[in-house]
Design a protein around this ligand. Structure first.
Ligand SMILES: Nc1ncnc2c1ncn2[C@@H]1O[C@H](COP(=O)(O)OP(=O)(O)O)[C@@H](O)[C@H]1O
Ligand SMILES: [Mg+2]
Length: 292
């Protein structure tokens, strides 16, 4: 199976490409979002794709959107070939695509963390805080936090997303919207965390994006609870203090950390074992999530 890393749907206008998704305009209010097989780490996109990854992410995200009925989301159709029959001429595209409501996306990444890992673990070790929030002392790597915390980041147009504190977050999105976002983000995380726990998987953290539609309503956009935007850990082998066995991009990050690469473009080539193993991990978490 070949990876789909570029797309070209001639019937539609391509608006832009994100690191992973290609965005096409259907009309001023509706977009076709195609999740390609591209993969990024440390905000750098690799030349090689992970075959089938776009389909896996699209299925996982659509599944979770259907469970999160506490707020509106951007999905108009998860079966875009119905509305756009010419997609049949582009192998692999329909199963990677959704039609969404285009909204004013808020320029923040809304991160919820239930465990201490990644950037906030380094921050905690240095000063006892995570995303600026004071945590109890003595917590170990990967340990579950007393309660989930909201650690927003700005969504940089280019370069790395930097963590911001809650004051800055409220400045960017407004106090009322900010409070709503925090409540929704934590509620969605808790619901997904509890569902996954029943399936033997720890949902350690995740990132959401929100937007405001034409009526001024806050809606959930982008992707939800995918292994690109979340950390999924194996519950059985989990041990506090150790780096967990994960079903997400951590495997790729760990590999990249063994290289002498400064995490700026150009990216190093990905060996086929790394591509295969990453593909297996994404397929494995899809299998679990499809049971929900
Ligand atoms: N419904 C929506 N309305 C407007 N923008 C959206 C919507 N859903 C997703 N987006 C944006 O589309 C892009 C998706 O492409 P992606 O490859 O994930 O980008 P990124 O490199 O920013 O992660 C992101 O910029 C995301 O914020
Ligand atoms: Mg994205």
């Amino acid at each position: 199976m070949n990876a789909i890393t570029t797309t070209n749907i001639k019937e539609l206008k391509k608006l832009f490409s994100g690191k992973v998704r290609d965005i096409y305009e259907i009309d001023p209010d509706q977009w076709l979002i195609v999740t390609t097989d591209r993969i990024s780490a440390f905000d750098v996109v690799f030349n090689e794709g992970i075959p089938g990854k776009g389909r896996v992410l699209n299925r996982i995200s659509n599944k979770w959107f259907s469970k999160m009925t506490m707020l509106p989301n951007h999905l108009i159709s998860t079966n875009p070939a119905n509305e756009l029959p010419y997609l049949a001429n582009y192998p692999g595209i329909a199963e990677r695509s959704v039609i969404v409501k285009k909204v004013n996306r808020l320029p923040v990444e809304c991160v919820v963390r239930g465990h201490l890992f990644g950037s906030v673990y380094s921050e905690y070790k240095a000063g006892g805080t995570a995303g600026g929030l004071l945590l109890p002392s003595g917590l170990k790597l990967a340990q579950e936090l007393p309660e989930p915390i909201f650690t927003p980041a700005d969504k940089a147009e280019s370069g790395h997303d930097e963590n911001i504190d809650h004051d800055r977050f409220f400045e960017v999105v407004g106090e009322k919207t900010g409070r709503q976002i925090i409540d929704y983000a934590i509620a969605i995380y808790i619901k997904a965390r509890d569902i996954m726990k029943g399936l033997g998987i720890i949902l350690a953290d995740t990132k959401f994006e929100f937007g405001i539609d034409k009526d001024g309503t806050l809606i959930l956009v982008d992707e939800v609870l995918t292994p690109d935007s979340s950390r999924y850990w194996d519950g059985d082998s989990f041990k506090v203090g150790e780096s967990p066995r994960s079903y997400d991009k951590q495997f790729l990050r760990d590999y990249l950390n063994t290289l002498k690469w400064d995490k700026t473009p150009p990216p190093p080539p990905l060996p086929s074992e790394i591509i295969d193993k990453t593909r297996e991990k994404y397929l494995s978490i899809l299998n679990t999530i499809e049971k929900i």
